[in-house]
Structures are given as structure tokens and as C-alpha cells.
Design a protein around this ligand. Structure first.
Ligand SMILES: Nc1ncnc2c1ncn2[C@@H]1O[C@H](COP(=O)(O)OP(=O)(O)OP(=O)(O)O)[C@@H](O)[C@H]1O
Ligand SMILES: [Mg+2]
Length: 403
């Protein structure tokens, strides 16, 4: 009897324990859930508070009065300054305590309080988007290996442009001034722009590139201003190389009889001349110009001290043509053997651009025949086609063109 009572008690206790354990498990899960909820709510609160702070500052910003833009004219000894506001008259005003004194450079743009005209901040000088877009940030993927022939010209160009920038002490030691500007001269399609691209790719200096015609602007004085800003940018980012392609569009000879458009181009040229004189040759800005009409360039551009090194880029000779063929065929899928030497001999008088066009044409002929690789006979046909067009262009008498 005693024994059975004990058993009953044990089983009852066991039941209670299981029940309590179960309850404990449930409660723990509930507690974990509550902790999770607490954490999410806390981060939500934090997010909302941050948003509130942001909106508050945004409202502050919206409520703050506009600042007036002016130009700094003079710094007086009692820490006040003379400014010219954009509305006209000059004012003597005080300067914000926060502004370091050394930033107050005469001529800089400043922002001023609307009521007191006190100078609040110095603004960066405005840069024309044409100018800021001229800096090459993404380097072109043309390397020295992509330029066929022109070995001497390439060497001269690098000597004149890269060495003075990267090893100025060499010139100091010898006691000469390095050339300031290099002019690449040669017939169309001979690789002038290509060479400049290769330099841009290889150099560690800032490369600034623009086309001469971009400087010819609609309004009087605009072109000259662009030239000035370009050189300012170059000086700011020195060591740098400025490349002016198609220089003849601004550098043509100045004539007496002119329209107002011509006079504007001449003003731009004069600004260019004075900028070329404006910095010391050992200074770390170099200029490369390129043109295929050196005959119409103004003499003043070519005098020593400006574009004082002229690199002649003629049509390629047999070896040059062979190299150019090699470069352009290296990307093509060729079937069988093609005799590049023969091709080079056949294409006497062709420019680099024509050789590239022969290669493209050969590829087109192969595609037309439904093949996916190019044969020697494609090249021969392409050559006669491209060279024939070129010959016709030259030999056609001008009178017939308009008959
Ligand atoms: N020496 C060369 N080696 C390899 N490719 C060349 C060479 N010369 C010209 N080419 C090819 O011809 C194309 C045109 O050359 P590029 O733009 O340099 O001519 P350019 O001399 O600047 O002519 P332009 O005076 O008309 O501006 C190049 O993109 C290149 O494919
Ligand atoms: Mg060119």
C-alpha cells in the first residue's frame, strides 16, 4: 500500500516536471521573440531619429538667406576687405572669423551675407565645361606598339615632351632650356593623332586634349577666355601636356581683309601666343600641336620659344607600311599565308589610314563571300579598290566636279 502511494507520487511529480519544462520552453521562446522585437524597434527608432535630424538641417538650409556673389578687390590692414558685388558698387566689409586669412586672394570669387555683405566663404573659380572636359581621365588604349614605323618621330616627341616633365634635372645639368612646344606636321592619316594618343596613354602627366575648332566660339572674347582657362587648368594640374589637334583652325595666318568671325579667331590665336610665352619652358606644362596644313600656320606660332620643335611625319616608307600592315592584320583572322612584304611594296604612297582601310575592306570582302577569315587575294582586291579611289580623288580635274 505504501509502495503504490509512493509510485503515484513519483508519477505526479514527473508530470509536474514535464509540464514545468514545457512552460519554461514556451516562455523562453516568448522572451526571445520580445527581445528581437525590442531590438528592431530600437533600430527603427534610431533610423527615424536620424531622418528627423536630416530633415531639420534641410529645413535650416532652406530657411537660410541666399548669399551674394562678389569679387575680392582689396584686403585692408584692419582685417576688412573691399569687395565688388555683382550688383555694381564696391563695399568695405568684414570677413567671417571662420575663413582663414590666407584664402583671401585678390580677384577670387567670394560669397557674402545678404544684409551685411560680410564675406562668408571663398568660392572656387568657375571653369567652363569645355575646359574641364578636356582633361583626359580615361586613358586611350593606344600604346606605342600600335604606332607603325615613325620610330624616330616617336623618340623625338617623347624626348621633347616627357623627359623635361619627368627628369627636369637633366636639362638643368646640361644648361639648356627644353623645347616648349612640339608641332606634329604631316599629310592626313599618317598617325599624328595616334601618336598623341600613345603619349597620353604612356605618360604619368595630366593629359589635356582639345581640337582647335572647339576654341572658335560664337561670342567675342569667348575663345580667348577658353584658351586662358585651359592653360590655367594645365598649370593647376601640372605636370601636364596640352594637345591641340587640328591647330590650323585657330592658327591660320592673320590677314588684313577679314570678317568679324576671322577677327575673333585671330583674337583666340593671340591669346594662345601670349599663353605660350607666359610660362617658363622648364615649367611643367608641355604643348603638342598637330596639323596637316603647316603652310597656312601663322609665322608667330612657329618661332623659337613657341612651337619650336617641328616633327615631320611623312607618308610611311616600305618598312613603315609593313609594320602598319602587321599591326592592323594582327587583330584579323587570316587564312593561310599572307605576304605582308608584298603588300607593303604594292601600296607605295599609301598613308597609315589608307592601310587600315585596306585591311577593313579585305575583311568586308571576306564577309561578302561568306568566309570568316581573310585571304591574300582579299587584300589584293581591297588594295586596288582603296588605292583606285584615292587616285581618282587626286586626278579628277576640279572643273568636272561642278560641271
Ligand atoms: N603609323 C601608323 N601606325 C598604325 N596605324 C596608323 C598609322 N598611321 C595611321 N594609322 C591609322 O590611321 C588612322 C588615322 O590616323 P590619325 O588619326 O593619326 O591621322 P592624322 O595624322 O591625325 O590625320 P589628320 O591630319 O587627318 O588628322 C589611325 O586611327 C590608325 O588606325
Ligand atoms: Mg588628326
Amino acid at each position: 500500500m505504501d509502495n503504490s502511494h509512493e509510485k503515484e507520487l513519483t508519477s505526479e511529480l514527473k508530470d509536474t516536471i514535464t509540464y514545468l519544462e514545457e512552460k519554461n520552453g514556451r516562455l523562453t521562446a516568448e522572451k526571445n521573440k520580445a527581445v528581437d522585437e525590442y531590438n528592431t524597434t530600437k533600430s527603427e527608432l534610431y533610423r527615424v531619429q536620424k531622418e528627423l535630424r536630416r530633415l531639420k538641417t534641410e529645413i535650416e538650409r532652406m530657411k537660410s538667406p541666399p548669399l551674394i556673389v562678389g569679387t575680392l578687390r582689396d584686403v585692408l590692414s584692419d582685417d576688412r576687405v573691399v569687395v565688388k558685388s555683382s550688383t555694381g558698387p564696391d563695399f568695405v566689409v568684414s570677413v567671417s572669423e571662420m575663413l582663414p586669412k590666407n584664402e583671401l586672394i585678390l580677384g577670387s570669387r567670394v560669397s557674402m551675407n545678404k544684409q551685411t555683405l560680410a564675406v562668408m566663404d571663398v568660392l572656387p573659380s568657375p571653369v567652363d565645361p569645355i575646359v574641364s572636359g578636356a582633361e583626359i581621365i580615361e586613358k586611350p588604349d593606344i600604346t606605342y606598339e600600335d604606332v607603325g614605323g615613325l620610330r624616330n618621330q616617336m623618340m623625338e616627341l617623347r624626348e621633347a615632351v616627357e623627359d623635361p616633365l619627368l627628369r627636369p634635372e637633366l636639362y638643368k645639368k646640361v644648361g639648356i632650356e627644353p623645347p616648349k612646344g612640339v608641332l606634329l606636321v604631316g599629310p592626313p592619316g599618317t598617325g599624328k593623332t595616334l601618336m598623341a594618343k600613345a603619349v597620353a596613354n604612356a605618360t604619368r602627366a595630366t593629359f589635356i586634349r582639345f581640337v582647335g575648332s572647339e576654341l572658335v566660339q560664337k561670342y567675342i572674347g569667348e575663345g580667348a577666355r577658353l584658351v586662358r582657362e585651359l592653360f590655367e587648368l594645365a598649370k593647376e594640374k601640372a605636370p601636364s601636356i596640352i594637345f591641340i589637334d587640328e591647330l590650323d583652325s585657330v592658327g591660320a595666318k592673320r590677314l588684313d581683309s577679314t570678317t568679324s568671325g576671322d577677327r575673333e579667331v585671330q583674337r583666340t590665336l593671340m591669346q594662345l601666343l601670349s599663353e605660350l610665352d607666359g610660362f617658363t619652358p622648364t615649367g611643367n606644362v608641355k604643348i603638342i600641336g598637330a596639323t596637316n596644313r603647316p603652310d597656312i600656320l601663322d609665322d608667330a606660332l612657329l618661332r623659337p620659344g613657341r612651337f619650336d620643335r617641328i616633327i615631320d611625319i611623312g607618308l610611311p616608307d616600305v618598312d613603315g607600311r609593313e609594320e602598319i600592315f602587321k599591326i592592323h592584320t594582327s587583330y584579323m583572322s587570316i587564312s593561310g599565308h599572307i605576304d605582308i612584304k608584298t603588300l607593303a611594296v604594292m601600296t607605295d604612297g599609301a598613308s597609315g589610314a589608307e592601310i587600315r582601310s585596306i585591311c577593313t575592306e579585305a575583311g568586308m570582302l571576306a564577309i561578302r563571300d561568306g568566309r570568316d577569315c581573310v585571304t591574300m587575294s582579299d587584300f589584293e582586291r581591297a588594295k586596288s579598290k582603296v588605292m583606285e579611289v584615292e587616285k581618282n580623288k587626286v586626278s579628277r580635274p576640279p572643273a568636272l566636279m561642278f560641271a
